[in-house]
Ligand binder design. Structure first.
Ligand code: ATP
Ligand code: MG
Length: 583
C-alpha cells in the first residue's frame, strides 16, 4: 500500500452537507455525504478515492486471512458462457436474478452471480490424482445479480464485490476440516474489519447444524432475521429454524367433526368469536383454528404451476421467506383472484383439508399439526366451518412444512429454552456443498487404489463491498463515520486550523514525520474555515486527528480520537513519537 501524505487541496473529494434523497440507512447517507461512493443506477455504484482506500484495505484483510489457511488466489471472468450453468441447472434456477446476455453471434452469456461451476471446471482441468487434493482456491471479484430490491446503497448492490472460495476434498472429513478452517478465517477477518458478528445456522436441523452457517452483522437495518436461545447459545437464521413437533394425541377420545354455519367470519378473530357463541363447552382461541393458505409452485425451467395448500395454526402467519426457503429451488407465489376463478372448488375464506384432498391438491402442514390434534377450519362451503376436524382421522396431510412465522418466546429447537429475535446483515456464508457440482460436471480424482473418487466441495463467500457499508453501519455517530484503524482510508487526519505560516510549516513537519514512520496521513491544507475542516474530519472518520492551531504558539498541538472524542494536548515535537509509538 502506498504510504505517505495526501493533501486535501489535491484530493479528488467533495463532501456534501445534505443526505442524498434516496438513502434509507445511515451507512448509505454517510458514505455518499463523506465522498466515498456515488450512485450510477439502482444498485450500481462508483467508488471515489476515499472509498477505494477502504475497499482495498478490506480486500487486503480478506486476502491475508484466506492466504493464512492455504487459500490460493485465482481470478475468473465476470462474463461467462451459459453451458456450465446449464449443466448444473442454474441457468434457469437462478431465475430473474441472473443477468443474461447474447454476443454478436447470438450465443448466450451471463454475468456471474457466483462461480461454483467455473471453479469446479478449473479444478477438473488441472488435477487428476488424489495427490492433487485437498485444495482451496479463492477470488476477489465483481458479481452481478439483478436483485429484486437493490437497497441501502452498497449493502445490496446489483454489482458488488465478493470474495468467494471453494474447497476441494476427497473425503467428508477433509471437507469438514476445510469448512472449519474457513470458519476460523472468517472469525479473524471480521474481527479485523471491526465487525461484530453473530454466527447463525443457515440449514434446518435435518442436514446437521454445521453444514451451513451465516455470519451476520447485527443491526436494526439488516434484512435477515435470526433467533437466539440465550440458555444454550443456539442461533439460527429464521429460515433455518425447525419447529419441534408436540407429542401425538389419542384419536379415540376426540369428539366427531361437526360443520356449523359461520356467517360473516372472514377473519380468524371473527371465526373464533363466533365459535365461542356455539355453546360447545370449551373456550376456543386462534391457536385452535387451522388456517389454509393457497399458493402455487413452479420448478425451475418448468412453465407449469401446481397448487399447494399450506396449513398453519390460525394464531400464526405464513412467513413467505420461510416458505420459499422450504420449497427452494421451486418458485412460490400466493394465489391470485384469477387462480381462484380457474379452480372453482376453492372456496376462498373457507378452504379446508378435506376439499383439498378431494380435489387432489397437495397439502402440507406446520409440524404442530400432529395426529390426534383437533381443529376449527374451513368446510369448503361459503359461510361454513368445521369444528373438531382431527388430523389422522378426518384428514391426512401430504407432509409437514416449515412455513409458519417464528416468534420471540417460541421454544428453542434444541429444547433448552425460548427464542429471542434480532436483525442482521449477512456478511459471509460458509456452506458444505458436498458432491452436487462435482457430480454434475464430472469432477473425480484417481484414488490411491486406482479407482475414481468424486470430489466433495465447500463454498464460502464474503461480501467485500457490503462489508464496507456494514462497517459504516456499525461505526458511525451523528457527526459522521468512525472507521476502525485497519480499514480506515488514512490513519491520521492532520488539520491546519489557522492561516498562520508557522502552523502550516509545523503541520508539514509532522506530516513528513508520520509518513516517514509508515503512517497514511491526510493533511487538510485547504483555505477553508476551521469549522468546515473540523466538520469534514468528523464526517470522513479517520481514527485520529491532529489539529495545529493557536496552541502552537505555546508549543502544543491537539490530538483527538474520533471514536471516543477524547482530546489531549501534546508538545509539537513529541506528537510523531506519540502517534507512532516508536514505529
Ligand atoms: P442475501 O441473502 O443477502 O441476498 P445471499 O445468500 O444471496 O445473500 P451468497 O450467495 O451466499 O449471498 O453470497 C455470499 C456473500 O455475498 C453474502 O454473504 C453477502 O455478504 C454478499 N452478497 C450477496 N448478495 C449481495 C449483494 N446483492 N450486494 C452486496 N453483497 C452481496
Ligand atoms: Mg441474495
Amino acid at each position: 500500500m502506498a504510504r505517505g501524505v495526501t493533501r486535501m487541496s489535491d484530493l479528488f473529494l467533495r463532501t456534501l452537507r445534505e443526505d442524498p434523497a434516496d438513502a434509507e440507512v445511515p451507512s448509505h447517507k454517510l458514505l455518499v455525504r463523506a465522498g466515498y461512493v456515488r450512485r450510477v443506477a439502482p444498485g450500481i455504484y462508483s467508488w471515489l478515492p476515499l472509498g477505494m482506500r477502504v475497499l482495498k484495505n478490506t480486500e487486503r484483510i480478506v486476502r491475508e486471512e484466506m492466504d493464512a489457511i492455504g487459500g490460493q488466489e485465482v481470478h475468473f471472468p465476470a462474463l461467462l458462457p451459459k453451458e456450465p450453468y446449464e449443466a448444473t441447472g442454474r441457468w434457469t434456477e437462478y431465475g430473474d436474478a441472473l443477468f443474461r446476455l447474447k454476443d454478436r453471434k447470438k450465443a448466450d452469456y451471463l454475468l456471474g452471480p457466483t462461480h461454483e461451476e467455473l471453479f469446479t471446471l478449473m479444478v477438473k482441468g488441472e488435477t487428476s490424482s488424489y495427490r492433487d487434493f485437498p485444495v482451496i482456491l479463492y477470488q476477489v471479484q465483481t458479481k452481478y445479480r439483478d436483485e429484486e430490491r437493490p437497497r441501502a446503497g452498497i449493502l445490496r448492490g446489483r454489482e458488488f464485490v465478493m470474495k468467494d472460495s471453494y474447497s476441494f476434498d476427497l473425503t467428508d472429513e477433509g471437507l469438514a476440516e476445510s469448512y472449519a478452517a474457513h470458519r476460523v478465517a472468517y472469525q479473524r477477518l471480521f474481527s479485523r474489519l471491526g465487525l461484530e458478528i453473530q454466527i447463525v445456522s443457515a440449514m434446518s436441523g435435518a442436514m446437521g447444524g454445521s453444514a451451513s452457517e451465516e455470519f451476520l452483522a447485527p443491526t436494526e437495518t439488516g434484512e435477515d432475521t435470526y433467533v437466539r436461545c440465550l440458555e444454550s447459545g443456539y442461533a439460527a437464521n429464521v429460515e433455518a429454524v425447525t419447529t419441534p413437533a408436540p407429542p401425538e394425541q389419542s384419536i379415540a377420545d376426540k369428539p366427531e367433526a361437526v360443520v356449523y354455519d359461520t356467517p360473516n367470519t372472514p377473519t380468524i378473530d371473527t371465526l373464533v368469536a363466533h365459535v365461542n357463541t356455539l355453546g360447545l363447552g370449551r373456550e376456543f382461541t386462534a391457536a385452535d383454528t387451522l388456517k389454509n393458505v393457497m399458493v402455487k409452485t413452479r420448478l425451475p425451467g418448468s412453465t407449469e404451476w401446481s397448487l399447494l395448500g399450506v396449513g398453519v395454526p390460525g394464531d400464526r402467519e405464513v412467513d413467505m421467506k420461510r416458505l420459499e426457503a422450504s420449497l427452494s429451488p421451486a418458485e412460490v407465489v400466493l394465489l391470485e383472484d384469477a387462480d381462484f376463478a380457474a379452480n372453482p372448488f376453492l372456496t376462498k375464506g373457507y378452504i379446508g383439508p378435506v376439499g383439498l384432498a378431494k380435489n387432489g391438491v397437495r397439502y402440507l402442514v406446520d409440524p404442530r399439526i400432529v395426529t390426534g390434534t383437533a381443529w376449527v377450519t374451513g368446510a369448503d362451503e361459503h359461510g361454513r366451518h368445521v369444528v373438531d376436524l382431527v388430523a389422522g382421522r378426518d384428514f391426512t396431510p401430504d407432509g409437514t412444512i416449515e412455513a409458519a412465522d417464528v416468534r420471540e418466546g417460541d421454544p428453542s429447537p434444541d429444547g433448552a429454552g425460548t427464542l429471542v429475535a434480532a436483525r442482521g446483515i449477512e456478511m459471509g456464508h460458509i456452506f458444505q456443498l458436498g458432491r452436487k457440482y462435482a457430480d454434475a460436471l464430472g469432477l473425480t480424482a484417481l484414488g490411491s487404489d486406482g479407482k475414481p473418487v468424486t470430489v466433495t466441495m465447500g463454498s464460502y463467500g464474503v461480501g467485500v463491498s457490503r462489508a464496507v457499508a456494514a462497517i459504516a453501519e456499525q461505526h458511525a455517530d451523528g457527526k459522521g463515520l468512525v472507521w476502525p484503524r485497519e480499514v480506515a482510508p488514512f490513519e491520521v487526519h492532520l488539520v491546519i486550523a489557522g492561516k498562520d505560516a508557522a502552523q502550516a510549516e509545523a503541520a508539514e513537519t509532522i506530516a513528513a514525520g508520520l509518513a516517514g514512520a509508515g503512517l497514511e496521513v491526510l493533511l487538510d491544507d485547504r483555505k477553508a474555515s476551521p469549522g468546515v475542516k473540523f466538520a469534514d474530519a468528523e464526517l470522513i472518520g479517520v481514527p485520529t486527528s491532529i489539529t495545529v492551531g493557536r496552541g502552537l504558539a505555546n508549543g502544543v498541538v491537539e490530538v483527538t480520537e474520533r471514536a471516543t472524542g477524547e482530546r489531549r494536548e501534546v508538545p509539537v515535537d513529541e506528537v510523531v513519537g506519540a502517534l507512532t509509538g516508536g514505529r
